[in-house]
Write a protein that binds this ligand. Structure first.
Ligand SMILES: [Zn+2]
Length: 320
């Protein structure tokens, strides 16, 4: 078990963040960049090496380990980013290349699995053995503790919850290439097409409404939807409620599967619109569960939760 300085990395499709941290302070220093969009393994590895050097600066000799929470799917045993739903990387041997460069142990988990570890070591789940973390951002991901064990699965992808199928018909296309997945309806990247399909299915496309115009022209972002809802726009509020009902169905699936005491929620969409995301889930979830309801709340670790998890992973605070 390490008590010293470590580096945590949050490798996302859009942003790459690295933190210097320890058990006492959690995060000491953070650097954030755009993740390279070249799709090249070499570019990504070089960017990772450079950001580690930058965040540790003069303390390079004191770093004991590196923990990484990464977009997936991964092969955690080989430490490889196999591919990514929302970025173009394929088979990147991250752990091997970073441990060769820095000559210290390097550990990697799926980003939302790492986030659950962060919740356990630094966040709202310190005393809990059964809880779920759900990240609702560009995509939707999860991390699950059952009976005090972090669920990993055979390749480390045990909680790819955003890709559970919720539509048996010809559902909306997902970033992973599949159809009808939760993420295609309720994530930042999925909401614009969901709104468009919702409008069309109700034959509202010719109604005079700026949100409908934007959605039909393909110019609406999830931010537009939530801004309109915050301003009290009735149509936006209706759509947000329907997104909440779909989220509630998926939360109920998680509750029925894992019987958690707590579900914490993070990710940019939830963190920026906490009431509009959480209230409808709480309103609808009871209709879909058979298990006793858990507490559902926003994570106290905010946008840094994956970094906290990566630091906890490097510190080896939980046996994995
Ligand atoms: Zn998918």
């Amino acid at each position: 078990m390490s008590e010293g300085l470590v580096v945590g990395i949050d490798l996302g499709a859009t942003n790459l963040r690295a933190a210097l941290g320890d058990l006492e302070h959690g995060i000491v220093r953070v650097i954030k960049e755009r993740t390279t969009s070249s799709g090249s393994s070499e570019d990504l590895i070089n960017q990772l090496i450079e950001i580690v050097k930058m965040v540790v600066s003069e303390k390079l000799d004191e770093i004991e380990a590196i923990g990484i929470g990464s977009i997936g799917p991964l092969d955690v045993k080989r430490g490889v980013l196999v591919r990514s739903a929302n970025a173009r990387f394929r088979n990147v041997p991250i752990v091997e290349r970073l441990s060769r460069e820095f000559k210290i142990p390097v550990y990697m988990l799926n980003d939302c699995t790492a986030a659950a570890l962060g919740e356990k070591v630094f966040g709202a789940a310190k005393k809990l053995s059964n809880f779920v973390y759900v990240g609702i951002g560009t995509g939707i991901g999860g991390g699950v503790f059952v009976d005090g064990r972090l669920l990993l699965g055979k390749d480390g992808n045990a909680a790819e919850i955003g890709h559970m199928t919720i539509d048996l018909g010809d559902g909306l296309p997902c970033g992973c290439g599949g159809r009808g997945h939760w993420e295609a309806y309720c994530s930042g990247s999925g909401i614009p097409s969901f709104v468009k399909s919702w409008i069309i299915s109700r034959r509202l496309e010719d109604l005079k409404n700026p949100l409908i115009d934007m959605a039909m022209r393909g110019e609406m972002t999830s931010k537009h939807l939530f801004d309109y809802a915050k301003a009290g726009d009735e149509l936006a509020l209706k759509i947000v409620e329907e997104i909440g009902r779909i989220n509630a169905i998926c939360f109920a699936n998680l509750i029925n599967l894992f019987d958690p005491e707590l579900i914490t929620v993070g990710g940019s969409i939830a963190l920026k619109n906490p009431d509009l995301i959480l209230d409808p889930i709480k309103r609808h979830v009871g209709r879909y569960v058979i298990n006793r309801l858990p507490e559902i709340r926003l994570t106290p670790l905010g946008e840094d939760i994956v970094l906290y998890g990566a630091i906890a992973l490097a510190l080896k605070k939980i046996r994995i």
